[in-house]
Design a protein around this ligand. Structure first.
Ligand code: SF4
Length: 443
């Protein structure tokens, strides 16, 4: 397999055939053209959905191209997060420093938009020229009397995963700074970013169960709720790659336990609800969860059976950011008759990959931190019918002439929860069965 770089071989395994413990959680190999994004991007995707905060990117305008339109996190109120602000550093600023420009931009934007807090992202060039962003933030915080938080995220410092950590540290600066009366049976939702309104579906489920949601971090997030997040009884963490660290910080400082869940696929969605009811040891809550699941199953199963009948025998390739989502996707695809033949992630852990190995059929390729060359070859070798991934995998699929399902930031249809499962089945069906692929598929 000439297309696999020698030093990457230990990051690839084949279920039941050439199984090995995947060598993951490490820096991308130079020259491998990793699908991972930069530190700044990682911090931005996590913090961006805080809708009543100002997000100012201190750097050249190119970094600011990563805007709301790339990640469609919806808001039920303020929409300040949709505006992308940049200090637009130029050659002159790089030579003489950009601190004055940062101070002017920050104060002007705060005066104009009256945000509840401001996040100031440092980018590669700021990491190189060494502007004292912390000092400017401290100064403006004092003058404007709102939290102004430096997000130290020069892109070259690591990968997207390091950006998640920086974002968690930034959020943690807000936690515990305000107190509101909070019901005893309350949770914080960590790691749902309200893409296409997914969070609102989950809120409805928890409401039906009698669970109070204290803070949503960060989908449709509010600064005041995050400040009060330390008063919740439990942190429920989805997208654990991005938010486990915040849950750990809150456990260490405030003793709040956490649990890892997934809202994708009906099996994992149901487990998420049951696990919360189990945590509170509340029979009434458990009964309500059971009823909710029963009703949803009765509604969904006939529809899913229709898709399964038609999709049986189709093969899917999955390459997503977090491995926990990949696990849910394998189960969800199986439910509609689709076999997963490739499954990979950018940031999976050994534990995640072991679980994937046990879950997948013999011959499934499991890969960590892959690249376009590998993915293209795997997809052709396994004769996948559909590719499920994010914005960077879309061109890979289309170049090969393969149907693509966006399961990342840009999606416009909710794919979480029970409603999401139906949308997912519809999308897989519409894409995999489209007659267009017979004309585009390359050999
Ligand atoms: S790698 Fe550096 S220059 Fe590129 S987007 Fe990230 S922070 Fe900006």
């Amino acid at each position: 397999m000439a297309y696999i770089l020698e030093d990457r071989e230990k990051q690839i395994s084949t279920a039941g055939i050439n199984e090995r413990t995947i060598d993951c959680n490490k820096a991308s190999l130079a020259g491998s053209v990793s699908q991972r994004a930069c530190v700044f991007c990682g911090s931005r995707v996590v913090l961006y959905p805080i809708v009543d905060a100002l997000h100012l990117i201190h750097g050249p305008i190119g970094c600011a191209a990563y805007t709301w339109d790339i990640r469609g996190s919806l808001s039920s109120g303020p929409e300040l997060h949709r505006l992308s602000f940049s200090t637009d550093l130029q050659e002159r600023d790089v030579i003489f420093g950009g601190e004055n420009k940062l101070y002017d931009s920050l104060t002007e934007l705060i005066d104009k938009h009256q945000p509840k807090a401001a996040f100031v992202y440092t980018t590669c060039i700021v990491g190189v020229i060494g502007d004292d962003v912390e000092r400017i933030c401290r100064q403006v915080e004092k003058e404007k009397n709102i939290p102004v938080i430096p997000v130290q995220a020069p892109g070259f410092q690591g990968s997207k995963k390091d950006g998640y950590k920086v974002a968690c540290e930034s959020i943690f600066k807000l936690v515990g700074t305000k107190n509101k009366l909070t019901p005893a049976k309350s949770i914080n939702i960590l790691g749902d970013f309200n893409l296409a309104g997914e969070l609102w579906i989950l809120l409805e489920y928890y409401k039906k169960m009698g669970v109070h949601v204290n803070a949503t971090i960060t989908g449709d997030g509010r600064v005041d709720d995050i400040c009060n997040a330390h008063n919740a009884a439990l942190n429920v963490v989805q997208c654990s790659g991005s938010m486990s660290y915040l849950a750990k910080l809150m456990q260490d400082e405030y003793g709040i336990p956490s649990m890892r869940v997934s809202y994708f696929g009906i099996e994992d969605m149901s487990d998420a609800l049951y696990d919360v009811a189990r945590f509170f040891k509340d029979d009434d809550m458990m009964e309500k969860a059971r009823q909710l699941v029963k009703d949803e199953f009765a509604r969904l199963m006939p529809q899913l059976a229709w898709y399964k009948e038609r999709l049986l025998g189709k093969k899917a390739a999955i390459y997503v950011g977090g491995a926990f989502k990949a696990i849910s996707l394998v189960k969800a695809l199986r439910l509609i008759g689709v076999q997963t033949v490739i499954v990979g992630s950018q940031t999976g852990t050994t534990e995640d990959y072991e679980l994937i190995k046990r879950l997948c059929d013999e011959g499934t390729i499991i890969v960590d931190d892959s690249n376009p060359v590998e993915l293209s070859h795997f997809v052709k070798e396994k004769k996948a019918d559909i590719f499920i991934g994010g914005v960077k995998e879309r061109p890979i699929a289309h170049k090969i002439g393969l149907g693509f399902c966006d399961h990342n930031h840009e999606r416009k249809e909710p794919l979480a929860g029970y409603e999401g499962m139906i949308n997912f089945a519809k999308e897989i069906y519409a894409t995999a069965m489209s007659p267009v692929w017979q004309f585009t598929r390359t050999k």
